[in-house]
Design a protein around this ligand. Structure first.
Ligand SMILES: Cc1cc2nc3c(=O)[nH]c(=O)nc-3n(C[C@H](O)[C@H](O)[C@H](O)COP(=O)(O)OP(=O)(O)OC[C@H]3O[C@@H](n4cnc5c(N)ncnc54)[C@H](O)[C@@H]3O)c2cc1C
Length: 408
């Protein structure tokens, strides 16, 4: 029995596993001897892009509902190490340490928010990087809402004014209301860069600034955090901002396990893969999603996003089976790039192209954002193998819909 192991059940890993099962079935007799096994630390697929939202009730989907219908087995465990020479994975499960072998591997362990060595950060800061940490923030806000008024109770400091930090800050007015924290509210978005959304681009910035100002989100730019305490943040200038809630959103880095392979990586720690999602120099290993970088249109490398992670996963899953049975693999090519940034009650921002030209904003863009977050990126929940296989086909979707788009 040949064994394909998929590591990670996020946007790349889930779709790699289902696409591999689809291809296994498509090749008939030759697929009979292929086992597909997925490993994740959690028993669910997290719709990670929604972890900043007010309502977290539909962002963790049980893996058994998605993988059992397509005949993919899964195990829960923390992957500790990968040995490409022996084709072995070391993991810790509820029963202890174990080693598993693979014939082919799809690495899809994603990324993590960067956590520099800042005093107090690990103990006192919150984040929305995973479902578990998003729930921790939700519990904290709920308990703050039940507590007596105290200094910093109504102040939230969000560190990092990139995509995630802006979405977190823009959603915060609603989240505070829901937690019962009204009055004297302050939401402060802080970044070492001199501008909000420095990585998002100059065309989008005025829209973001308008939205933040309408939501009464303050910005503190050109400053660094020196320390985080239970009662607030100390800035590099020496200033102390009293805040019971500090949310860390300062950029993402690929899983440290990407370094297990003797292959080229970029400045975010991502493994460079070819259009088939293969690692150079290490046979039998594919990588997809935030842990990998692939040039998708002959020019631009993928951006850490579900927009790329999902098709990378589908192609990696298809190709890992094709590689195993000696069939031709399919190259991934994507000719479009969009970003859709949630801006809370104000609406959203929809940009097109690598220069991020603004196409729609406000409530028109919000309609697109909600279609993406609540429908487009969800796997079928019907429990039907055919539905799951149809969604896992190695094809590239058209861009998401725009409502009332401006065209140049
Ligand atoms: C709040 C937030 C908002 C975002 N908004 C957007 C957006 O609007 N648009 C967009 O395109 N992207 C957005 N992103 C980025 C997007 O979520 C990621 O690019 C995407 O999740 C990458 O998919 P992935 O499968 O590579 O990684 P992930 O989704 O991170 O999945 C990795 C999986 O691996 C598992 N795992 C990791 N390490 C281990 C280990 N050692 N052992 C076992 N299991 C492990 C994790 O549990 C997880 O299930 C957002 C991210 C966040 C945090």
């Amino acid at each position: 029995m040949a064994r394909i192991v998929v590591l990670g059940a996020g946007f790349a890993g889930l779709w790699a596993a289902i696409a591999a099962a689809r291809m296994r079935e498509a090749i008939g007799e030759a697929g009979r001897d292929i086992e597909i096994h997925l490993i994740d630390r959690n028993p669910y697929h997290n719709i990670r892009v929604r972890n900043y939202e007010v309502d977290l009730s539909e962002v963790a989907l049980p893996l058994s509902k998605l993988l059992d219908p397509v005949g993919v087995s899964h195990g829960i465990g923390e992957v500790e190490a990968i040995d490409p020479a022996r084709r072995q994975i070391s993991l810790v499960t509820s029963s202890g340490e174990e080693t598993q072998r693979y014939d082919r591997l799809v690495l899809a362990l994603g990324s993590e928010v960067m956590r520099p060595e800042i005093p107090g950060l690990a103990e006192h800061a919150f984040d929305v990087d995973t479902y578990a940490t998003a729930l921790r923030l939700e519990d904290h806000l709920t308990s703050l809402g039940r507590s007596a008024p105290s200094p910093g109770r109504s102040t939230v400091v969000v560190v990092g004014a990139g995509f995630t930090g802006i979405e977190v800050a823009a959603e915060m007015p609603d989240r505070l209301v829901r937690a019962g924290i009204n009055g004297n509210r302050r939401i402060i978005l802080l970044d070492p860069n001199p501008a909000v959304g420095a990585t998002i681009g100059t065309q989008a910035r005025p829209v973001i600034e308008t939205a933040l100002s309408s939501l009464e989100v303050e910005t503190r730019l050109g400053v660094r955090v020196a320390a985080v305490e239970a009662s607030g943040v100390r800035l590099s200038t020496g200033e102390f901002i009293q805040a019971r809630t500090v949310i860390w959103c300062a950029g993402m880095r690929a899983s440290r396990l990407a370094a297990s392979f003797p292959c080229a990586r970029d400045r975010l720690g991502r493994l460079l893969v070819d259009p088939f999602m293969r690692l150079a120099d290490v046979s039998g290993v594919f990588a997809a999603g935030d842990v990998a970088s692939s040039v998708v249109d002959g020019l631009h490398p993928t951006v850490m996003s579900c927009q790329f992670a999902r098709p990378m996963g589908r192609f990696a899953g298809h190709n890992v089976v094709a590689d195993l049975v000696g069939q031709p693999m399919l190259p991934l090519r994507i000719d479009w790039y969009v970003t859709v940034l949630d801006l809370g009650d104000w609406g959203a921002l929809y940009t097109e192209g690598w220069d991020r030209e603004v196409r729609t904003s406000g409530q028109a863009a919000k309609a697109t954002k909600q279609t993406i977050n609540r429908k487009r990126i969800y796997p079928p929940l019907t429990g039907s193998k055919d539905d799951l296989f149809a969604a896992a086909a190695p094809t590239v979707q058209a861009p998401p819909p725009t409502y009332g788009a401006r065209r140049n």
